[in-house]
Design a protein around this ligand. Structure first.
Ligand code: THU
Length: 129
């Protein structure tokens, strides 16, 4: 599966978002080296700080299933006005850093641009031990 194909899957995942507080639906799809796919969406909570980003749920699902190397991830913020408002937050970039992510695809709603980035360009000098 090529990076751009994942954007459509991320948009579908965003439709399952639980985001009654922000009304900002996000979907994410993690790709493994053997073509495995793990989907996630943001899961909000009445205690706002307990909310989880879409990327985090996708990464957690992938890792819990045994994945240790993430090739790429697609993120779709379907309620963002445009792609500029659809980039992963800093915390999610660090989560992606942990598993060797090579690229990130970002998109917003249907019919919007799909942007490809090398991960290092989005998160240079990421922290690792
Ligand atoms: N959100 C994500 O799912 N991923 C990000 O990278 C940034 C923000 C979610 C968190 C919250 O549910 C909503 O978007 C608004 O901040």
């Amino acid at each position: 599966m090529i990076p751009q194909d994942l954007a459509g899957r991320a948009r579908e995942a965003a439709l399952r978002s639980y985001s009654p507080y922000s009304r900002f639906r996000v979907g994410a799809v993690v790709l493994g080296a053997a073509g495995e796919i793990y989907e996630g969406c943001n899961v909000e909570n009445a205690a706002y700080g307990s909310s989880i980003c879409a990327e985090a749920t996708a990464i957690a699902g992938a890792v819990a299933t045994g994945l240790r190397k993430i090739v790429g991830i697609a993120v779709a913020c379907v309620d963002a006005a445009d792609v500029d408002g659809a980039y992963p937050c800093g915390n999610c970039r660090q989560l992606l850093n942990e598993f060797g992510t090579e690229w990130v695809v970002v998109t917003a709603g249907e019919g919007t641009e799909v942007r490809f980035h090398e991960f290092d360009g989005l998160h240079p000098y990421g922290f690792s031990l």
